[in-house]
Design a protein around this ligand. Structure first.
Ligand code: SAM
Ligand code: SF4
Length: 345
């Protein structure tokens, strides 16, 4: 699938829930107190149907996200089914990492798993279900600051979750850190050291205007350039690594003198950010979104539930791709009417 601007679409990000066990200031709006009713969330069957249609049209990569995807009951079975969809070669999940060390039984999959598997950690079960790449969010190594940012004291669970994921051995394990001026500037170097010790890829992400809690202004926005300068004042000049690609929007650099690469996701300041975009998003309430930073979204739940044929659904998909904007609207006073927690990061 290719849009009018030359974007070749091969990647679908699927948010399976708007629920989360954390309350990150930049993601979750204060006024959001109620979750969507279950009937307004796509069932796993419906998600699989859309994923099959996408795969028929050339999507090869799926990332499951949320909200916190591991809070949804039955998620491991679902992921196992996604891995079986013909044409899907790369399956990833984005998580806050808090539930990775739990046993499968605890996250609600007990009845569906063989007895021997119930003792497995969620991390191990995800790998066994076919997840190749795991992204874990970690903005700081400071427990108190972590609690301030996420609204929850789950720092030690996340660190244990990272260890559990390392023990399992995913093809790709990445850490994502959202940059916040005045909050985690002092954490960048320690996070790089933390990633180096574990041989993890670390990426720094610019804050995007998708929450009403963390309004973007000069007090809290840290550009990737600013982050890079802070990092270089410690390590020396970073070495650009244009050939290092992970199928995402990050630009990568080598830390001098080290076998370590770090990525920068400059959604706000990198003017070429959208050029290589290969993504569509499916929100948990059944909207196909051609771009995270644009109001455009198209309700695929309606035709799905209305008994549309696969041919009609394929056409729906192609029409959405046709409407994909050239670039996001974040720089044009974009005011979110949908929050990250609902769209899926
Ligand atoms: N709960 C999972 C997690 O936290 O990784 C998956 C969903 S979360 C919405 C996906 C990613 O979006 C996370 O890395 C999170 O840090 C990032 N994110 C959320 N709100 C953001 C914002 N306003 N700007 C930039 N990144 C954001
Ligand atoms: Fe939850 Fe992830 Fe959003 Fe934080 S960033 S509130 S962990 S969905």
């Amino acid at each position: 699938m290719q849009d009018r601007h030359g974007h070749r679409i091969s990647y679908l990000r699927v948010s399976i829930t708007d629920r989360c066990n954390e309350r990150c200031t930049y993601c979750m709006p204060v006024e959001l107190q109620e979750w969507l009713p279950r009937a307004e969330i796509l069932t796993y069957e419906e998600n699989l149907h859309v994923i099959r249609i996408a795969a028929e049209l050339g999507v090869t990569k799926i990332r499951i996200t949320g909200g916190e995807p591991l809070t949804r009951r039955g998620v491991i079975d679902f992921i196992g089914q996604v891995a079986q969809v013909a044409g899907i070669r790369d399956l990833g999940i984005s998580t806050n990492g808090t539930l990775l060390t739990r046993s499968v039984a605890e996250v609600g999959d007990l009845g569906r798993q063989p007895r021997s598997a119930t003792a497995a950690t969620v991390a191990r079960a995800l790998r066994a279900a076919g997840v190749r790449s795991l992204n874990i969010s970690l903005d700081t190594l400071d427990r108190q600051l972590y609690a301030q940012i996420t609204g929850r004291d789950f720092h030690s669970q996340v660190l244990a979750g990272i260890d559990a994921a390392l023990a399992v051995g995913f093809d790709q394990l990445k850490l994502n850190c959202v940059l916040m001026r005045g909050r985690n500037e002092d954490d960048l170097v320690p996070l790089i050291e933390f990633a180096a010790e574990r041989n993890l890829i670390l990426r720094f992400i610019e804050l995007m205007p998708v929450s009403t809690t963390e309004v973007l202004d000069d007090h809290n926005f840290m550009s990737i350039l600013h982050a890079q300068r802070l990092i270089e004042s410690h390590f020396g000049a970073l070495i650009p690594e244009p050939s290092f690609r992970t199928n995402g929007p990050a630009t990568y650099y080598q830390v001098p003198g080290r076998n370590q690469w770090i990525g920068f996701i400059g959604a706000m300041t990198n003017l070429h950010f959208c050029e290589s975009c290969n993504k569509l998003r499916l929100t948990c309430d059944g909207k196909l979104r051609p771009c995270l930073g644009s109001y455009l979204e198209f309700d695929i739940m309606k035709p799905l539930r209305g008994g549309a044929s696969d041919e009609e659904l394929r056409q729906f998909f192609l029409d959405v791709v046709e409407r994909k904007p050239e670039q996001h609207d974040f720089r044009n006073n974009y005011q979110p009417d949908r929050k990250m927690i609902a769209i899926g990061g």
